[in-house]
Design a protein around this ligand. Structure first.
Ligand SMILES: [Zn+2]
Length: 357
C-alpha cells in the first residue's frame, strides 16, 4: 500500500460502527493485487467495515454517477459479506476477512471491461494563464505524464460512443478521452505539436460562425489540417454558441424550437461541407441541456451530446447529456488526480514537477 494512501486511511479511521463513505472508498481504491490489504492497520473494526460494505458496495462503484450499477468486484464482495451473516464465531469472521481480501484482489483482475470513462474538456492553451479557460502547456504536459504513469490510455471519443451503443465494442482497461471546445487558435499553435508527438486522439467541438471569422478562432484551413493528421475529429458546438436559457426567455415556444433546430442543423452542414466526415456528436454550449433540447438534438440526428456536468461516463449514461470534466489550469496534476479518484502523485515524481500552482 502506498504510504500516502495508508496515511489517508488512518486519517479516515472509523469509530466503532461508524463507517464513513470516504473511508470505504479508500478501502476499495486500495484493491491492488500486490499490496497487503489494509487490515494490517490496527484499531479498525473490520467487522463493521465489511458489514457496512454489504450495503454500500453498489454505491461506491457508481461513485460520481447518479445511477447505481455494481461491478463484478462488488458482486463478489456482496457474496462474501453475505455469507458472513450466517457465521457466528470470531474465527470464522477472520476467515471471512481473508476471503474478502481475495475477493478484492480477484475483483481487480475481473474488472475488465471498464465500468466508466472520464472525458476531459479543455478550451485554450498558452504559456501563461490569460483567462479562466486557458490551461498552460506545462500543466497539460504534466497531466499527460500523470495519466501515462497511472496507466491511462487516451482513446477517441468516437470509440467511447461506440462502446455506449454497441456491447461488442472494447476499450482498454483505463480509458480516458480528450475533447477541446470552441476552436481557439491555440489548438493549432500549441496543442497540435503535442498531439502529434504523443499520438493523442482529440475531438474538437467548434461553432462555425467563429471559424475564419473571429480573431481568436481557427481558420477552416487550419481545421482541415487538423483533421488531416488523423488525430482530430471535428464535431458540432452549435452554429454560433448561443445560451439556450437566454434564447428561450426571448422567444415563443415554436420560435425557440425552430432556433435550436437551425443551430444544430447549420453547424452540422457547415462542418461536413468544409471539413468532411460525419457530424453527429454535439457539445452543448455552456453545458446547458434539458429534455426539450435533447429531444431536438435527437430529431436533428445527433447520437451523443456532451454537457459540462462533472463525472465519468457509464454504459447506462444518458446519450444526449454525457458528462465531462471541465479542465482549468489551477487543477494541475493534483486536481486531475482528485477528479479521477486517484491518489495524488508523490512529490518528486515527474508528473508532479510541473503544472500545479
Ligand atoms: Zn463553448
Amino acid at each position: 500500500m502506498a504510504l500516502n494512501a495508508q496515511k489517508e486511511l488512518m486519517q479516515l479511521k472509523p469509530a466503532r460502527n461508524q463507517i464513513s463513505s470516504d473511508f470505504l472508498k479508500v478501502c476499495l481504491r486500495l484493491r491492488n493485487p500486490g499490496d497487503p490489504y489494509p487490515m494490517r492497520l490496527t484499531g479498525i473494526n473490520w467487522r463493521s467495515v465489511f458489514a457496512s460494505m454489504l450495503g454500500r458496495a453498489c454505491e461506491f462503484d457508481s461513485e460520481d454517477s447518479k445511477a447505481h450499477q455494481p461491478s463484478q468486484g462488488s458482486f463478489m464482495l456482496l457474496t462474501f459479506t453475505g455469507r458472513r451473516t450466517c457465521l457466528r464465531s470470531r474465527c470464522i469472521g477472520i476467515l471471512l476477512a481473508g476471503l474478502s481480501w481475495l475477493a478484492f484482489t480477484f475483483g481487480v483482475h475481473a474488472q475488465t471491461p471498464p465500468q466508466r470513462v472520464p472525458i476531459l474538456v479543455y478550451h485554450r492553451f498558452a504559456s501563461s494563464v490569460n483567462d479562466s479557460m486557458t490551461v498552460r502547456v506545462s500543466t497539460f504536459n504534466a497531466q499527460l505524464r500523470f495519466l501515462r504513469e497511472r496507466g491511462y490510455q487516451v482513446v477517441p471519443l468516437r470509440q467511447v460512443v461506440s462502446w455506449l451503443t454497441d456491447p461488442s465494442t472494447k476499450l482498454p482497461p483505463r480509458p480516458i478521452v480528450l475533447t477541446v471546445d470552441d476552436g481557439h487558435q491555440s489548438v493549432f499553435n500549441e496543442l497540435l505539436p503535442i498531439a502529434q508527438q504523443e499520438h493523442l486522439p482529440i475531438t474538437l467541438f467548434i461553432y462555425p460562425s467563429a471559424i475564419s471569422n473571429a480573431s481568436y478562432a481557427l481558420t477552416w484551413d487550419q481545421v482541415r489540417k487538423l483533421k488531416q493528421t488523423g488525430l482530430f475529429d471535428v464535431q458540432s458546438h452549435t452554429y454560433w454558441h448561443p445560451n439556450f436559457n437566454i434564447e428561450r426567455r426571448h422567444r415563443s415556444a415554436a420560435d425557440f424550437q425552430h432556433f435550436v433546430r437551425s443551430q444544430l442543423d447549420l453547424s452540422r452542414q457547415r462542418i461536413e461541407a468544409e471539413v468532411g466526415g460525419r457530424v453527429d456528436l454535439l457539445a452543448w454550449p455552456f453545458g446547458i441541456c434539458d429534455d426539450e433540447l435533447m429531444a431536438l438534438a435527437a430529431g436533428e440526428g445527433y447520437i451523443a451530446a456532451f454537457s459540462l456536468e462533472p463525472g465519468s461516463v457509464y454504459r447506462h449514461s444518458r446519450m444526449l447529456a454525457l458528462p465531462r470534466f471541465l479542465m482549468v489550469d489551477s487543477y494541475g496534476v493534483t486536481g486531475l488526480a482528485h477528479l479521477l479518484g486517484e491518489p495524488s502523485p508523490q512529490p518528486g515524481l515527474s508528473s508532479d514537477s510541473g503544472g500545479d500552482r
